[in-house]
Design a protein around this ligand. Structure first.
Ligand SMILES: Cc1ncc(COP(=O)(O)O)c(C=O)c1O
Length: 380
């Protein structure tokens, strides 16, 4: 056990030295865009409750009612104890809404990405991926045993160079439609033509786009993606996730994917909540518009202040660089009523720390002006 203690203590000390130590805020209460933590009231710019559904009376009542009616656990995996008819019905509704043949709910987006990619690919396969894909996609690729080639973030000419130099035709390309830590979007027209030319399977994680972007929140990858993954934990205001794919691949996952076979399934009540969340997402054009408008407003004010803020949608990225500076600014914001996380190594590369603002429909224009003003004050 001594070597374990040494390893753990050394690595924690290293994280502290690098300014990358994580000590998550303890939240005592949350009400919409406001949280209380450490005796302070803070405007929350860290939440991905983009449409405000997690805080909405409508969804909270539906969740309370569903769990009260149908119980709190599925109590086993699907393979052992079966699948609830309500779960199949909800999965069908998701497949239909998002324009795919079938859908499988998973316990989280992290698990869904690993469940899909680790089962579908194997040694000898080649996977091309954007260098900034989410940790869960990268972990799925690593577990699959396939070899992978990363291309520079959203640089599809570099992607094509990689395609040309691969030993044989790549089996798949993996990317996100709205990148979580950059807030930007790949060029889907070019991606579609590469797919046509090279014939790979396209897997797109739409975790941040579903619910916010596209017609009624349908995302932006349908038509290019063969398989798309989404999470309930962001715009849908719930927990759990979903994989959208051809029918045969759903069947394959149920038979071959270890995280699906050996883990307790989401409860029946979740399916009822998911259906309600889908109805609320589909009809919430106003919330989508407000959320995106506020994000543009934040970028515009910051740019007037000479601060470069990037992102194409509701995720606004302020590039800081040093881990220590990012942590210092985040701490000062927190001391002054704003919770906005500093994103540091290893979530982003060393020396490329950012401040990441998740703008939601719950924020007011005053919140946005206040945030921009405080960033200007603390950044210098
Ligand atoms: C792009 C992306 N994919 C997947 C996930 C994982 O989803 P979940 O939180 O449901 O595990 C996240 C973050 O949470 C994400 O940002």
């Amino acid at each position: 056990m001594d070597f374990i203690h040494k390893r753990v203590n050394d690595r924690l000390a290293q994280r502290r030295d690098e300014g990358a130590y994580r000590d998550p805020l303890v939240i005592t209460s949350r009400d919409g865009r406001i949280i209380n933590a450490g005796g302070r009231t803070l405007i929350n710019f860290a939440s991905n409750d983009y449409l405000g559904l997690a805080s909405s009376r409508e969804l909270r009542d539906a969740v309370a009612d569903a769990f009260s009616r149908y119980g709190s656990s599925s109590s086993s995996s699907r393979a052992v104890s079966g699948t609830f008819a309500r779960m199949i019905e909800a999965e069908r509704a998701y497949a239909e809404f998002f324009g795919y043949e079938s859908c499988l709910f998973t316990q989280s987006g992290y698990q869904g990405n690993i469940a899909l990619i680790s089962a579908l690919f194997e040694k000898g396969d080649i996977i091309l991926c954007d260098k900034k894909i989410h940790a869960s996609l990268a972990k799925g690729i690593a577990l699959s045993g396939a070899s992978f080639h990363g291309y520079n973030h959203n640089d599809l000419s570099h992607c094509e160079k990689r395609l040309r130099s691969a030993e044989h035709s790549p089996s798949a390309l993996v990317a996100e439609s709205l990148f979580s830590m950059d807030g930007d979007i790949p060029d889907f027209d070019t991606l579609a033509s590469l797919k046509k030319k090279y014939g790979f399977c396209t897997i797109i994680d739409e975790a941040h786009a579903f619910g916010v972007l596209g017609n009624q929140g349908r995302g932006i990858a349908c038509g290019t993606a063969d398989i798309a993954t989404g999470t309930f934990g962001k715009a849908f205001g719930l927990f759990g996730a979903f994989v959208l794919m051809p029918k045969a691949i759903r069947e394959y996952m149920i038979n071959f994917s270890s995280p699906v076979i050996y883990s307790t399934a989401l409860p029946e009540a979740h399916a009822v909540c998911a259906l309600r969340a889908l109805e609320l997402v589909a009809k919430n054009d106003d919330a989508r518009a407000v959320c995106l408008e506020h994000a543009d407003l934040l970028r515009n004010i910051l740019s007037e202040y000479g601060i470069i803020a990037t992102g194409n949608a509701q995720i606004v990225i302020i590039h800081i660089g040093s881990e220590r500076d990012a942590s210092r600014i985040a701490s000062r914001l927190a001391e002054n009523g704003i919770f906005l996380p500093a994103i540091r190594y290893p979530t982003v590369p060393r020396g490329k720390a950012i401040l990441r603002a998740s703008v939601t429909a719950l924020h007011t224009k005053d919140d946005i002006h206040l945030l921009a003003g405080k960033i200007r004050e603390y950044i210098s």
